[in-house]
Design a protein around this ligand. Structure first.
Ligand SMILES: [Fe+2]
Length: 428
């Protein structure tokens, strides 16, 4: 275990608490549970998992919810990030973030010193140079989406309303030094589905074009570009290059059904892959290219380079993730590329694959810089990887510069961490 690692590796995901009818449950809506490992001085001190205490979770656990319950209250299940000495659990589409302490106990809803009015996002972008936290938020009843900039004081300093019709579901966006890239995916709020009791009343809307909006970071209006429909899943990173904006991201072929068809899970006509958009602002067009067509997701980058040019990126692939997308009318995933972590070198156009045994399941790879690092990839990759032989999960730590080599450390956890969503290294 590297001795310079002093902090917590945290990852969250939906862990439904007290589901009475699994058929009526939606995969996106499980109560958020954060799984964490505390590392210090070359040792793993503890592993713990805690549900985020929304009012509903507190009630189900027989606890008292302290204070006033915020509107759209939910046990945030999508991301967990460090922000100015705090740990925030995040959710898109309405709920406020929840603040956790270092032992993963829920403290209180977080509204950025009373400056956040309404919905936030799960996929923020922290620009380390500017010390700004950016978000693009959506909400079913809004006729716009909001670009929210939180400045170095931890307060919302600017909110830009960008008119967008039909209330789309915007899971992620991208940030460069100059621009906010808004992705208007044709998955829109469906009032009929909501009335009929759909838990996630968002449908793929064939009538609607797919657009990419480029909004100056300082505010103003967005310039829109139409692109071929695709499900924009996650941003790896984005940056400015001359008169162009480069966006690296994972996508799934359209159409994508968040609620699935028949089986309740998500479904698409294929598995996710890694793509690049080159948004040429001078010529007024977007060029789309495929970086890697093998199934992979959960793209990450050295976070100090968010909004700036990166050379390396990291993704995960797990067979269990892709089976979720297999449907009668879908294309089965490429089974030749499963259960691994991938390091992409965008400069050379090459990649390295760290494979795990069949039945393992690697989750999102988080890059952690080594203390005193100068090179972009001088650091560690951390991921929860299921060990099928043990029936439990390991925290696997790789040296990012020796990606295919033996892991530096493998912390055997006492149980299985289910495949979940996103997380972070939270330095002490
Ligand atoms: Fe996500």
């Amino acid at each position: 275990m590297p001795r310079d690692l002093d902090g917590r590796f945290l990852r969250t995901g939906p862990n439904a608490l007290g589901v009475e009818d699994p058929r009526a449950h939606h995969w996106m809506l499980g109560d958020g549970m954060v799984h964490g490992v505390r590392l210090r001085g070359g040792h793993a001190e503890w592993y713990r998992n805690r549900w985020v205490r929304s009012s509903q979770v507190a009630r189900k656990l027989g606890e008292t919810y302290p204070g006033e319950v915020p509107p759209d209250d939910f046990a945030c299940n999508t991301h967990v990030i460090p922000y100015k000495g705090r740990i925030l659990a995040l959710q898109e589409g309405g709920p406020l973030p929840y603040e956790l302490d270092g032992e993963l106990n829920t403290q209180r809803p977080h509204d950025f010193r009373s400056t956040l009015k309404g919905a936030f996002t799960a996929h923020t972008k922290y620009d380390a140079t500017a010390d700004e936290l950016h978000a693009v938020a959506y909400y079913p009843t809004w006729d716009h989406v909001r670009h929210i900039m939180i400045d170095r004081t931890g307060r919302v300093a600017r909110t830009t309303r960008v008119p967008v019709p039909d209330a789309p579901m915007m899971h992620d966006f991208a940030l460069t030094e100059k621009y906010v890239v808004i992705v208007d995916v044709p998955i829109t709020f469906d009032a009929e589905a909501a009335e009929a009791g759909a838990l996630v009343p968002y449908i793929w809307n064939d009538e609607r074009p797919m657009r990419v909006g480029v909004l100056p970071r300082a505010g103003g209006s967005a310039r829109w570009f139409e692109v071929d429909p695709v499900y924009y899943s996650h941003t790896l990173n984005a940056y400015d290059q001359g008169d162009s904006v480069i966006v690296d991201f994972t996508s799934m072929p359209a159409p994508f059904y968040a609620a699935g068809r028949g089986n309740g899970g998500p479904s698409a006509t294929g598995s996710p892959a890694l793509d690049r958009w080159t948004i040429d602002l001078r010529a007024g067009r977007v060029r789309s290219s495929r970086v890697d067509d093998r199934p992979q997701e959960f793209p990450r980058v050295n976070e100090s380079l968010i909004a700036r040019r990166h050379r390396y990126g990291y993704t995960a692939s797990a067979a269990a993730m892709w089976t979720a997308y297999e449907t009668v009318d879908g294309v089965p995933p490429d089974t030749k590329f499963t259960n691994c972590l991938v390091k992409h070198d965008f400069l050379r156009g090459t990649r390295q694959v760290h494979r795990f045994p069949k039945g393992a399941a690697a989750s999102e790879p988080v890059f952690v810089p080594r203390r005193g690092a100068r090179d972009e990839d001088d650091g560690y990759i951390m991921s929860y990887v299921n060990d099928p032989d043990r029936g439990a999960t390991d925290l696997v730590i790789l040296a990012a510069q020796d990606f295919t080599g033996r892991p530096l450390a493998r912390v055997q956890l006492p149980g299985r961490v289910p495949l979940g969503f996103h997380g972070s290294w939270v330095a002490a």
